[in-house]
Design a protein around this ligand. Structure first.
Ligand SMILES: *[C@@H]1O[C@H](CO)[C@@H](O)[C@H](O)[C@H]1NC(C)=O
Ligand SMILES: *[C@@H]1O[C@H](CO)[C@@H](O)[C@H](O)[C@H]1NC(C)=O
Ligand SMILES: *[C@@H]1O[C@H](CO)[C@@H](O)[C@H](O)[C@H]1NC(C)=O
Ligand SMILES: *[C@@H]1O[C@H](CO)[C@@H](O)[C@H](O)[C@H]1NC(C)=O
Ligand SMILES: *[C@@H]1O[C@H](CO)[C@@H](O)[C@H](O)[C@H]1NC(C)=O
Ligand SMILES: *[C@@H]1O[C@H](CO)[C@@H](O)[C@H](O)[C@H]1NC(C)=O
Ligand SMILES: *[C@@H]1O[C@H](CO)[C@@H](O)[C@H](O)[C@H]1NC(C)=O
Length: 311
């Protein structure tokens, strides 16, 4: 039954003509997460289900006007440090000015720390985190596709990031917050990150755009440290919900044939294949009814991480 559902979803995904195209950047100059290969694999596994093609690179010379113009979003996954040269930064800024979208995951907030347009597009820079441990994050805005499938109190094992500023001061909407009573952090807070403690957020108009230009959307989540995280269907639904929401900015070709950046000739991704926001039964209802594994499997199929090809 699940296999049939998976195939139906796959079939409806390929029915759309040209997929949205996303550049996944995983370059590191500082700490390197060993979950990066798992992240890349998890995203590529989801590709056909959400009608998004992922191009993975660690090559900063891919950041040119000509190349970036092919993408509906740029996605920084666990990048660290100074991962772009001046030419790359200029091309990235230009891409954002042309309506390009941005998604950042985990230590994306610990890269390009002196590049102000990047910091604004991201929302806030990483400050420090306490040791990896179990914690709870709370869903603040269940209407957003990046969190609509999550339990209102989501138990995770993660590095709970603290930030150097409050992303809300840039207009970001925080969708997920850290429950500070659920874990131990004895670090010293030198910055005001606002309340409640931000863990994931979106910007309807990415603040990295220069004035007078078209702003795309931005989404950031601080989660994503472990292999296990990227193998978790709920986390994948969170990330892919944020990504597919960003792609629907209508400022890139995937959703707007008049746009100037994005996959040329792209048809809109099929909205019925985006993660669970359109699912008829809410996960929490079914979980309380004792169907946890079915819900997990359905979410997994919806975001394309279920073992469709291995069943
Ligand atoms: C995470 O997965 C990668 C392969 O994708 C592997 O090299 C690495 O050792 C794994 N990390 C841990 C802690 O198991
Ligand atoms: C990706 O799909 C392959 C094939 O189904 C599977 O073996 C692998 O575990 C998946 N990887 C992730 C990270 O989801
Ligand atoms: C960023 O700026 C600070 C303060 O000027 C400086 O100490 C630091 O080395 C810079 N970092 C990078 C990566 O350029
Ligand atoms: C962390 O949570 C996992 C389940 O998500 C559980 O198996 C593990 O025992 C917990 N660890 C601690 C130290 O509480
Ligand atoms: C926060 O975590 C504490 C400790 O686990 C728990 O007692 C409390 O109910 C949680 N609050 C929320 C809003 O999740
Ligand atoms: C983008 O276009 C779709 C389809 O026309 C529409 O439903 C959606 O509201 C638009 N989104 C924005 C932000 O304009
Ligand atoms: C589509 O892109 C064009 C060119 O950037 C822009 O003028 C127009 O407002 C966009 N349409 C929507 C619905 O955002």
């Amino acid at each position: 039954m699940l296999r049939v559902l998976g195939l139906l979803l796959a079939a409806s995904a390929v029915r759309s003509l040209t997929p949205a195209r996303v550049l996944v950047y995983t370059a590191t100059q500082g700490f390197r997460h060993d979950s990066i290969p798992t992240a890349i694999q998890a995203l590529n596994n989801a590709s056909s289900f959400i009608n998004v093609l992922f191009d993975d690179t660690e090559d900063e010379t891919r950041f040119t006007d000509e190349n970036l113009a092919n993408y509906d979003s740029i996605m920084f996954v666990s990048t660290t440090g100074e991962v772009l040269d001046d030419a790359g930064k200029a091309a990235f800024q230009n891409y954002l000015n042309l309506g390009g979208n941005f998604v950042g995951v985990h230590s994306a907030s610990d890269s390009l720390v002196n590049t102000s347009f990047y910091g604004q597009e991201l929302g806030a820079y990483f400050d420090y985190h306490p040791a990896l441990q179990n914690a709870t994050v709370d869903v603040l805005d269940a209407s957003h596709p990046s969190v609509s499938m999550l339990p209102s109190e989501w138990h995770i094992q993660e590095e709970m990031y603290n930030f150097k500023s409050d992303p809300r001061t840039l207009g970001a909407v925080v969708v997920l917050s850290a429950n500070e009573s659920s874990y131990v952090d004895t670090g010293v807070r030198n910055f005001n990150q606002g309340t409640p403690h931000p863990s994931a957020w979106f910007q309807e108009h990415g603040a990295g755009v220069q004035s007078g230009h078209t702003a795309g959307r931005s989404f950031y989540t601080s989660l994503g440290h472990l292999n296990e995280t990227w193998e978790d269907p709920l986390f994948m639904a969170h990330v892919l919900g944020g990504l597919t929401w960003a792609l629907q900015a209508n400022t890139t070709r995937a959703f707007n044939t008049s746009a100037v950046v994005g996959n040329a000739g792209a048809a809109p991704p099929d909205s019925t294949t985006t993660p669970s926001p359109n699912m008829s039964a809410s996960p929490s209802t079914l979980i309380s009814a004792g169907h946890v594994s079915i819900v997990t499997a359905l979410l997994a199929v919806a975001v394309g991480v279920y073992f469709t090809f291995s069943m």
